[in-house]
Write a protein that binds this ligand. Structure first.
Ligand SMILES: NC(=O)c1ccc[n+]([C@@H]2O[C@H](COP(=O)([O-])OP(=O)(O)OC[C@H]3O[C@@H](n4cnc5c(N)ncnc54)[C@H](OP(=O)(O)O)[C@@H]3O)[C@@H](O)[C@H]2O)c1
Length: 272
């Protein structure tokens, strides 16, 4: 972990994502526990993190920032204003990494004042099990090595890709909201099986393993999804019959409309 060596990392906000990142950094051994420090405004969350991860917990944002080289901001977008305000008084010269959905690097730079080094990241919830995908972009004053630093952090909870910030609304609509689309499809498949007489537990097992197996096959075979789909679609067979129903219902167009709607909503929610 070349870029993290010798760096002290602070995480503000120890909820779902903050804890997932903490967990990833510790379990992947990207850094030692002595290099980590956390803070959450919720006393129960602070106590929980101290007990679970045995890392030092600060009493305030300002205390955390003064002890760190890298500060990960993992609070909800509606709380980021108060965090940035406190940081702007105490924390010049650090690398700031924000995962707050819809909050642009420009907005963070403006709130911090001066020429702060800011990286924006859009992770997703599979990060909770080390299988996330995170998009990363840098603000105006961050360097390429700052991006590499963030890449090392988010690679500890899955994959990381660098992307121009102009795509972040689309990333939010695709991989940010994406897990929910797959869960929705699973709900639909399980529901269909139950309606046709199968018990819920068996249907769930069949559908979940099919999802996991299909994703692994796609990743490990090196084949395109179109080809793999053809492999299970023999002429006149069952899959062909099902796909014909999807095509008639214009499912691809519906999916495209849904992603466009999510990206539009992300744009509405983000403010400079
Ligand atoms: N979950 C996702 O799928 C996902 C995906 C991509 C990006 N994100 C982004 O990740 C961020 C965190 O999401 P999450 O799901 O982890 O939220 P969460 O579970 O609510 O965690 C946020 C934590 O930050 C605490 N907090 C609020 N204000 C604070 C402050 N001023 N100082 C310190 N701690 C403070 C919250 O305490 P209270 O509960 O008391 O407010 C809460 O414990 C969000 O900005 C979200 O947009 C989430």
């Amino acid at each position: 972990m070349r870029y993290l060596r010798g760096k002290k990392i602070g995480i503000i906000g120890l909820g779902n994502m903050g804890s997932a990142i903490l967990n990833g950094l510790i379990s992947s051994r990207a850094v030692g526990k002595a290099a980590l420090i956390g803070f959450d405004k919720e006393p129960a969350r602070r106590a929980g993190a101290r007990k679970k991860y045995s890392i030092p917990i600060s009493r305030s944002v300002s205390e955390l920032v003064t002890h760190c080289d890298i500060v990960i901001i993992a609070v909800k977008p509606q709380n980021i204003g108060e965090v940035l305000k406190e940081i702007s008084f105490y924390g010049k010269g650090r690398l700031y990494i924000s995962i707050a959905a819809g909050i642009t690097t420009r907005r963070i730079e403006k709130a911090l004042g001066g020429k702060p080094r800011v990286i924006r990241v859009m992770p997703n919830t599979p990060a909770l099990v080390g299988e996330g995908i995170s998009a990363l972009c840098k603000g105006r004053y961050a360097s390429k090595s700052d991006l590499k630093t963030a890449d090392e952090i988010f690679s500890s909870v899955g994959e990381a890709v660098e992307l121009n910030e102009k795509y972040f609304d689309l990333v939010t609509a695709l991989s940010g909201s994406g897990p929910a689309y797959f869960f929705y499809l699973k709900e639909a498949l399980i529901g269909a099986a139950v309606r046709l007489g199968m018990d819920n537990k068996t249907a769930k097992k069949l559908v979940l393993q099919t999802a996991l197996g299909s994703a692994r096959l796609l990743l490990e075979s090196g084949h395109e999804h179109g080809l793999l789909r053809q492999h299970v679609t023999s002429k006149g067979g069952t899959t062909e019959r099902a796909i014909a129903v999807f095509e008639k219902a214009k499912i691809k167009e519906t999916v495209a409309r849904a992603v466009r709607a999510a990206a539009r909503r992300s744009k509405e929610l983000s403010r400079d």
